[in-house]
Design a protein around this ligand. Structure first.
Ligand SMILES: [Zn+2]
Length: 82
């Protein structure tokens, strides 16, 4: 099913205890058989990569690995006392 991390630049081998498993529909082959349960692809990001990356499925393009947007909010700046 999945043998290694989906990040091409990472060589971590699959470990279900860490990281995250993604399921995406497989692009149907034109003129191919109708969709069935086998038309699902599995991708896995290891613990390290899951911290920094996300996998996104785009119709007609495929699966992309994208860097997570930094969501750490900065310190609040108070401009006026209560
Ligand atoms: Zn990885």
């Amino acid at each position: 099913m999945v043998s290694k991390c989906a990040n091409p630049s990472c060589a971590a081998t699959f470990d279900h205890r860490q990281g995250r498993l993604f399921r995406f529909p497989k692009r149907p082959v034109e003129g191919g058989r109708p969709a069935n349960t086998h038309c699902v692809q599995h991708f896995w990001l290891c613990g390290n990569c899951h911290r920094d990356y996300l996998l996104e499925y785009h119709d007609d393009i495929g699966v992309a690995i994208t860097r997570r947007v930094e969501r750490t909010p900065g310190p609040r700046k108070f401009i006026s006392a209560a």
